[in-house]
Design a protein. Structure first.
Lengths: 239, 125
């Protein structure tokens, strides 16, 4: 049941056909893990908090640096040197005090991924390394938790929604790609908001648009490509 | 030149003027079914056999982009704006990245040469 303040706070989204109070209550009860609170995680955490996802765990091991500020919009100059998860919790809680924000200071690895995501309804990718993503992917597949992958570099980005047992997982693709190419702040913001939208759809029972599909965003030419993707029957993680 | 194209997980393996029979041996499944879009009949064997004009990776990639475009698939490894490799793709020629070869994607291909076109994933956050 939504209280009076919540009816006002979420008024604009409650007006959306097929959303309404039922969907808002699902958001309020939901548990989301945001793995990595960098360029992607700052944006997805902000919009999921604003939308009223009730319980959000934010996971990161890093501290705020000056070079983060072009894209990690939860951090300001005064936060340099502070732990990202603590700064993010403070800002997100000020944005929406009704949301429970749980900071987890950890670097995601094979050995801790399962415990970090335990109990989550959806895991949102905000990481910046392939190895950590593959650890997260494996844990999500094992626990049958949907995992919304997002990755960026420069003006390019990708998103897919992984539903264990239904769609291909990240390991299905033997993925390769460059790291450390630089990134313009708007790119992770855009990709993270697509991830947040997929997350909201998953929580509220709508069909996610990128399950079994890979979205490629090209900001140089402003192109969105969406490709169908299938499972690798020989995948060592999900098959 | 004749080419035999085998779609992999997120890549195309291409053999130029193959001398023997190309099969999908070792590549059991296909993750991106749209890679067959211009050649739907090739789904049965899993190997696309076609002919393209020109004898360089640039000509090959351009011909493939046209074939995909006619099938309604936006697959442009060579960016028409820059006339160079697009950042979403990478190319290897006989297992060497094209940037490490003097003529890059303008290299003249020989019979039996192997070209791999891969869709790159994004890892930064």
């Amino acid at each position: 049941m939504l209280d009076k303040d919540e009816l006002v706070r979420y008024n604009r989204q409650l007006r959306i056909p097929n959303f309404g109070e039922t969907a808002q209550e699902k958001l309020k009860a939901a548990r989301v893990v945001i793995a990595g609170v960098g360029g992607l995680g700052c944006a997805s955490a902000t919009y999921l908090t604003a939308a009223g996802v009730g319980h959000i765990a934010i996971v990161d091991f890093d501290v705020v640096e000056l070079s983060n500020l072009n894209r990690q919009v939860l951090y300001w100059e005064e936060d340099i040197g502070e732990e990202k998860v603590l700064v993010a919790r403070k800002k997100l809680s000020k944005l929406n005090p009704t949301v429970e924000i749980m900071p987890v200071r950890a670097e995601i690895r094979e050995e801790n991924a399962s415990s970090i995501i335990s109990g989550a309804d959806v895991v949102v990718d905000g990481l910046d390394k392939l190895e950590a993503r593959l650890a997260l992917n494996r844990a999500c597949v094992e626990q049958k938790i949907p995992y919304v992958y997002g990755g960026v570099s420069r003006l390019r980005g990708m998103v897919t929604t992984i539903i264990p047992g239904v769609t291909p997982c990240l390991a299905c693709f033997n993925p390769e790609g460059p790291r450390g190419l630089g990134v313009l702040g708007v790119t992770p913001a855009l990709i993270a908001n697509l991830q947040a939208l997929e997350t909201i759809k998953l929580i509220t029972g709508q069909k996610p648009s990128l399950a079994g599909k890979l979205l490629l965003f090209n900001g140089d030419d402003l192109k969105f490509r969406i490709y169908d993707i299938g499972k690798n029957e020989g995948c060592q993680v999900c098959s | 030149m004749k080419v035999a194209i085998t779609p992999g997980f997120s890549e195309l393996f291409i053999v130029v003027n193959p001398t023997g029979k190309i099969t999908r041996e070792g590549l059991l499944t296909i993750n991106m079914p749209w890679l067959y879009a211009p050649w739907p009949d090739a789904r049965e064997t899993g190997v696309i056999e076609t002919e393209v004009e020109g004898d360089t990776p640039r000509a090959l990639l351009g011909a493939l982009a046209q074939a995909y475009k006619h099938a309604g698939v936006d697959f442009e490894p060579i960016n028409p704006r820059t006339n160079d490799m697009d950042e979403d793709y990478d190319v290897w020629i006989n297992d060497k990245n094209y940037v490490a070869i003097p003529d890059g994607i303008n290299t003249r291909l020989k019979d039996g040469d192997r070209v791999k076109v891969k869709i790159l994933w994004r890892w930064d956050g």
